[in-house]
Design a binder for this molecule. Sequence first.
Ligand code: BES
Ligand code: MN
Ligand code: ZN
Length: 477
Amino acid sequence: MNFELKALDLNALANDKSDAIIVLLADGFKPGKDKISALIAQVSKSGDLPVKAGKTLAVYHPALLGTPRLVLASIGDGSAKQTRNGINAAMASVKAVEAKKVTVAFTHAANAAALRAVVQGVADNTYSYTTTKSKGEPRKLTHVQIASSNAAALNSVFDRAVAIVTGVEVAKEWANRPANHATPTLLGKAAQALAKHPKISCQVLGPKEVAKLGMGSFMAVAQGSDEPLRFIVLQYNGAAKAKAPTVLVGKGITFDSGGISIKPAGEMDEMKFDMSGAASVLGVFATLAELKPAINVVGLIPSCENLINGRAVKPGDVVTSMSGQTIEILNTDAEGRLVLCDALTYAERFKPAAVIDIATLTGACVVALGNVRSGMFCADDAMAKALIAAGETAQDLCWQLPLDDEYADGLKTHFADVANVAGRAGGAISAAKFLQRFTEKKYPWAHLDIAGTAWKSGAAKGATGRPVGLLVEFLTK
Ligand code: BES
Ligand code: MN
Ligand code: ZN
């Protein structure tokens, strides 16, 4: 799908031969003297003009215009949110007619947030997963032309939005793939493919190397599966070598059965999405490859399955993490923190400016925040603020949750330095407190719990590609 941003006005669009032209009408729109405005004035006179964000009116074979379909879509106050509502509704009619070339026209000078909402909205509404279907139907839309009078001023925002779409779609693809088509080995190969880009390098470690590093916690999760683990190290070098990198750590559990603490059967298939954090790291690197910003970024992905065989880790087993801390595994279903803690220790060697882990970590976070905002934990105020702001810019929201030390009380045990679970209450927070033990005094750190935001269940079941937008915005702001 090819996006273009142009400074076309409604007058110029009268002859545009796109399969459909979507005109975004903000409150207070005043028709001009062009042919499209004349038509809008007629519609308005009949009282049929959509005036609430998300309402549309399609006009077929409008006389005197080049396009066979004109879709009028209200975007209310023109904010990112209402523009998104307008685009979602307009794309539904455009998708139904399988349009290949679409023009989306602002009738006023678009603001940056609304432009981003259009780019992401068009992409989300036409995304199609095909990999494991025998007759998958790929996206029909090939050309998207966006018209705004102030196009020149929006060029860099536009480029960033388009590059984020690339990353979001990489993340969606890998998260959507079933576990037998997205094994740790295949994730490693996907990362290696990204290293074709001159600024990206990749190293994939297997069981032997991981054992040598002493990642006893990660290995304990992996030992219940016949599928070999992978520890993926991606590096994007856009700045001088001496510049401290930001490290992203993505949870890469390609299937989470719960292990011996097995999950109930209903909806267990959704645990193929348990590598969404890893998928978002791959997505961020795909975006960096396009944007080529002058920064350094490291991506770490501890990847394995959480399954059950005769060698599987058992409740009560004590393992030694790479940090030297011993962990009593009271619940084998709290496996995400066990693979992440060793990756967080490994991150120290990069002397990072900051570390962010991204994980579908707890059902408790879904209960707390639903699927609107990701949970964000961070003891560094400036970093927390920057993450919140990045989420708002990208319309990929997060919400800060607390890290009071009392939340770690439940992790105390008589048999190891720390237990991997506390009680049910505040479960997203005690998980974050567990991770924090492996980061303290080493580097500024944030944890994003994306259990509720990385995918949708129900009719629209599938990966969302979040939080690629938030992360790219944080890294490149
Ligand atoms: N991958 C799950 C978290 C999850 C649950 C994500 C539901 C999305 C939807 C994680 O590994 C897990 O099982 N967490 C447990 C932790 C508990 C045992 C302390 C949970 O949330 O139930
Ligand atoms: Mn689990
Ligand atoms: Zn999990």
